[in-house]
Each structure stands twice: as structure tokens, then as C-alpha cells.
Design a protein around this ligand. Structure first.
Ligand code: ADP
Ligand code: MG
Length: 570
């Protein structure tokens, strides 16, 4: 380790507000795994023997020296901080020096460890008292064995949830650490049986599909950014992995994860920034998949909000909320860089596979190498040229790497919806619209969305102003009636957008369609309509190339075997 283990001075101990709470199997695993991460391990194996309440965490980290080994179980003994200054500049997951001491009070423990250039050593402790220290040959790294956990506290064992539940929590915990530390290989064994493993990778978007099996890597989009930390001369790093809204969503709000400096925490303020960016982007009752990792100066963070460090105080929270929203907006943009990637092909591949299954050919198709793109091509919005209308419903557009089908009604609906959100304008009518037979609830509803109505006679009401978009429309009366049944202003805007958008079945000119496409592609969220339906399907050239087997040799496709010319003898 960089520093030797020492006992923290008393004044510092008093400053560390929250004490470690080791009340469950999960808490023990969490503490031991955090130690392995702080020791810079890249392999962490957790083994549990539930019947005997034994468990073990083995890592290939830096190890602990022979002198330090006995200190690990002392209270407030840590190698991670030294003085009050260090406390505001914490770069490790642990710093209180309490975990191993607490665990040693709750179980019999063995810690065997080896640093480079020494042989290995092992200590055995009971009731947090050192019993033996002896040489123990081993690989560099540390193995902590916890035996008979809570053996001296039968009540704590009883209040621990059933093992199955705890195992699930441990699995989630390891998955969360894996997202924040993708370069680590993980294994979880129960009674020597491997039940869960995560392979190391260079980024979180390769870890996420290992945790959520229904997700393919191509369903995700990642942005990594370096950002100037406000009020501080330091750079923060923000990584956002997002499930694309037209590809994946969850039935519950259970997969928005926020990591700060290597640990998943609860941060409702940042979570809500993500959820609100998905507003009117997913189908009703569907929720996004997202992982945010913010690596920022430890001075911005106060970990002493929660004993298990599961909640924090973060400085400049509004600044970070804005950063998150901007980053999500960037991900949603239809740029060449965002679109023409393998994941688009995957969607089409599924359709092509269906078609191919019906054909008699079953050929191995070679991987088509993705076209190299120049950096200029990565900036700016995608260039889409409308070439036709199909079935009076789909706009057919061409771009440099393929053909797109855009559903005219919902693309237009997305445009109008965003326009309405940007400017919800109520304009006066020359002649009022007369409404009849309104229920009090409908009157209230119309007032709520800013449409004032006045009585006009027996069971009659006059409406003297309407949303601008409904002006001069034949169906404005029925639109108003529809709104009077609806929910809040936002649902009214969705309803109006849907009603005012060009219908499917309507014939359009190329110019009209180009206009729709140009306006649609600059919307904030071009992927889905306000109800969450996908708006476009892109048929990438590389998929078409494969489907039409353009790689075939001409002679072969005519049934003529290619004759290889023998090279002349030397
Ligand atoms: P903290 O992590 O807060 O420092 P702990 O009680 O968890 O306190 O650990 C005490 C010390 O033991 C650590 O500061 C570290 O020096 C050492 N240690 C514990 N586990 C490991 C490990 N797996 N690898 C290397 N050192 C470790
Ligand atoms: Mg620790």
C-alpha cells in the first residue's frame, strides 16, 4: 500500500460522523470488496457458505505487509487517511478504518496476504484479538475469510433476511461495483458453485449487458466527457450509458444507476434529471435504463450522510443536473455519429433474418467492416434526402449510408409536440366557439390548461381564445371537447399534437415531406413519438449489401465453379 496502516488520531475519529454498520452478510461483502477495490485488484472472487455463515473475499490487489497485518483488525486503523486534510480529499472507498475491526468482533477471521518481494503471511483473530500470525505462501493479494459470522449474536442472525434475498442483493452489489470498475473480473460462488460472473472490459457499456441479459450492447449509447468542475480548478469526468428509448425500457423505475467516484449511491436529484429527460419519450409506464458515473474532486462530496456511504451530499447539484440533461440531449441527436453504427444494423438484421428464413439459401455471411468515418462526418445532423412516399404513410429518405423509412404521422406529431412545449400560445378568436352540455369537471379542466370560458346562456358556454395551433381548423370544436376530458397541460399538448399531425394515408409532395424530415431531425428527441413509438427505421447499406449478397462472385452465382489457374512452374 502507498501508506502504512496507523491508528487515526482521536480528533480525527470524532470528525468521522457515521460509524460502520455491519448488520448483514451483504454489509460484510460490501466492506471486503471495497477493500479489494482500494487495493487496486483486478480480480475479485467472493465465496459464500450460507449454512455455516462462512464467507471469503479473495483479490489480487497490492496485499498487506507482515507488520500491517495485525493492525488491520484494530479500531480506527487505516492506511487511507492520516489527518483532517485527507478527510476532505478522499480518493478511496474506505477511510474510517473500522470495517475489519467490526467484522472481527462479529466473527472469527483469517486474513492472509502477500505483497511483492515478501512471502505471504496470515493472521487469525477471535473477538477482534489477534491469536496467531504465521507465514502462508500465496500469490500477491489478499484473502479475508470470515467464519461463523454473527455466531456470538444469534439475534442478528435471526433478523438477517433469508439467504436467497441476501444473495440477490450481493449480486446487485457486485454488478454495481462492476459498472463503476469495469476493468475487474468478478466471480460469486456459493458452496463452491459458480453462480455469477462478470468479465472485465474497458467500459461500462460492455458490463451492463452482462447484468441485464435482455440488453444488447448495441442498444446502448455512451458518452464520456471531461468537464471543468465549478468553483474549483479540477476536471471531472462524466460517463453516461443510456438505453436508447426506441430500443429498450423497463416496466419499473429500477435501472437508473448513479455512481460517484467508484460507488453506486442514491442521489434523487441526479436520478430525476435523467427521468425528466425521458419525459414523453417512452411508452406510458415504461422507464429508462441508464448508468451515470461521475468522477469528481472528493472536495465536492460529503460521504458522511449515510453510514454505508449509500447517500451523499454533492456540491453544485444544479450544475450537474444541467450537465446530465445536456449529455442526454446529445445522445438523442440524430447525427451521423449517433446513427450509423452497428446497433442500427442489428434492428434491421432481425427483419432481414425473418425474410431470409423464408429463402432457400443459407449462406455464411461475412462480417462487413464498418465504413471508416472522417471526423467531420461525426459532427452535425444527419443528411436525409426525401425520395418518395410509400403507402401514403412512410417517407422514404436516403442518406449517405442507407435508406430510412419515417412514419409521417408520428414524425410530424413529434415536431408539433415540441413546438407546443416551446410556445404554448393562446390566441383570441374573432367569433367565440359555443360549447354546450359541459360538466363542471370539464369546465375546470379547460380552465386548468389556460382556456377560459364564460357562461353564454342556459347550458351554453363561450370560449373566446384557443391554442394557436387549433386556429382556422374545422375540427377545433371537437379538439376542445377532447381536451376537456383530458389530464394536465402536457397531456393536452400531446393530444393536440396527435390531432394536428398529418394523418397516415395522406398523400404528400416531396417538398412537404422534406419539410417534415428537416424539422423532425432537429427535434430534441427524434427517436420516439410522445407516446413512445419508434419513429423511423433505417436500412443501412451494409445490411442491404449482405442481404443482396453483393459479395458473391459473379461466376459462382451462375452456378459456374471458378477455375483456379495453376501458377506456371518455375
Ligand atoms: P478502511 O478501509 O476504512 O481503511 P478497513 O478496516 O476496511 O478500513 O481496513 C483496514 C486497513 O486494512 C485498510 O486501510 C488497508 O490498509 C488494509 N486492507 C484491508 N483489506 C485489504 C485488502 N483486501 N488489500 C489490501 N489492504 C487491505
Ligand atoms: Mg474498508
Amino acid at each position: 500500500m502507498e501508506m502504512a496502516i496507523r491508528k487515526l488520531p482521536d480528533n480525527l475519529i470524532k470528525l468521522i460522523a457515521a460509524g460502520e454498520v455491519i448488520d448483514s452478510l451483504v454489509a460484510v461483502v460490501r466492506e471486503l470488496v471495497e477493500n479489494s477495490l482500494d487495493a487496486k485488484a483486478d480480480r475479485i472472487f467472493v465465496s459464500i457458505y450460507p449454512e455455516t455463515w462462512n464467507l471469503q473475499v479473495a483479490d489480487n490487489g497490492e496485499g498487506i505487509t507482515q507488520e500491517d497485518l495485525p493492525l488491520t483488525i484494530q479500531p480506527h486503523a487505516t492506511s487511507k487517511i492520516n489527518n483532517t486534510n485527507d478527510l476532505i480529499n478522499i480518493h478511496t472507498l474506505g477511510f474510517r478504518g473500522e470495517a475489519l475491526h467490526s467484522i472481527a468482533q462479529l466473527a472469527q477471521i483469517n486474513i492472509s496476504s502477500r505483497v511483492t518481494n515478501d512471502c505471504g503471511w496470515e493472521i487469525m483473530a477471535e473477538n477482534a484479538q489477534l491469536q496467531h500470525i504465521y507465514p502462508k505462501p500465496s500469490a500477491v493479494g489478499t484473502i479475508v475469510r470470515v467464519n461463523d459470522l454473527f455466531g456470538n449474536m444469534p439475534v442478528r442472525r435471526q433478523v438477517n433476511p433469508p439467504f436467497k434475498q441476501q444473495l440477490k442483493k450481493i449480486q446487485i452489489l457486485l454488478g454495481e461495483f462492476a459498472l463503476c470498475h469495469p476493468h475487474i473480473t468478478w466471480q460469486l460462488l456459493v458452496n463452491e458453485r459458480l453462480i455469477f460472473s462478470i468479465s472485465r472490459s474497458n467500459s461500462a457499456d460492455k458490463i451492463l449487458p452482462q447484468l441485464l441479459k435482455t440488453i444488447h450492447y448495441s442498444d446502448l449509447k455512451t458518452i464520456k466527457k471531461a468537464i471543468d468542475t465549478p468553483y474549483e480548478k479540477s476536471i471531472s469526468h462524466l460517463e453516461l450509458v443510456l438505453g436508447l428509448p426506441d430500443r429498450i425500457s423497463r416496466p419499473r423505475p429500477d435501472w437508473v444507476k448513479i455512481g460517484i467516484n467508484g460507488r453506486i449511491i442514491k442521489c434523487p436529484e441526479l436520478e430525476s434529471a435523467i427521468y425528466s429527460s425521458f419525459h414523453r419519450t417512452l411508452e406510458r409506464d415504461r422507464f429508462p435504463v441508464a448508468f451515470l458515473h461521475l468522477q469528481t474532486s472528493p472536495r465536492q462530496i460529503d460521504w458522511n450522510r449515510h453510514p454505508a456511504k449509500a447517500e451523499i451530499f454533492l456540491d453544485n447539484i444544479e450544475f450537474w443536473q444541467e450537465q446530465i440533461k445536456d449529455t442526454i440531449a446529445e445522445i438523442f441527436k440524430l447525427t451521423d455519429n449517433n446513427i450509423s453504427q452497428k446497433w442500427e444494423n442489428k434492428r434491421v438484421e432481425n427483419i432481414l433474418k425473418l425474410a431470409e428464413n423464408k429463402s432457400i439459401y443459407h449462406l455464411e455471411t461475412p462480417e462487413i467492416k464498418e465504413r471508416e468515418k472522417s471526423p467531420e462526418e461525426n459532427i452535425g445532423l444527419i443528411d436525409l434526402q426525401v425520395i418518395a412516399q410509400a403507402r401514403n404513410t412512410y417517407i422514404v429518405a436516403e442518406h449517405s449510408q442507407g435508406i430510412w423509412l419515417i412514419e409521417q404521422h408520428i414524425a410530424h406529431e413529434r415536431i408539433i409536440y415540441e413546438q407546443l412545449q416551446n410556445q404554448w400560445e393562446i390566441v383570441a378568436l374573432e367569433n367565440p366557439i359555443i360549447l354546450d352540455k359541459l360538466l363542471p369537471k370539464q369546465i375546470e379542466q379547460l380552465n386548468n390548461i389556460g382556456l377560459e370560458i364564460e357562461t353564454f346562456g342556459e347550458d351554453l358556454w363561450a370560449l373566446r381564445a384557443i391554442p394557436k395551433i387549433l386556429l382556422n381548423r374545422d375540427d377545433s370544436l371537437s379538439a376542445i371537447m377532447e381536451l376537456s376530458y383530458g389530464g394536465d397541460l402536457n397531456s393536452a399538448q400531446v393530444a393536440i399534437a396527435c390531432r394536428s399531425a398529418i394523418r397516415n394515408g395522406e398523400k404528400l409532395t416531396i417538398k412537404q415531406m422534406q419539410n417534415i424530415v428537416d424539422n423532425w431531425k432537429i427535434t430534441k428527441n427524434p427517436h420516439t413519438c410522445p407516446h413512445g413509438r419508434p419513429i423511423y427505421l433505417s436500412l443501412e447499406e451494409s445490411s442491404l449489401y449482405r442481404f443482396f449478397r453483393r459479395h458473391w462472385v459473379l461466376g459462382k452465382s451462375h452456378g459456374i465453379e471458378e477455375k483456379r489457374h495453376k501458377p506456371p512452374l518455375p
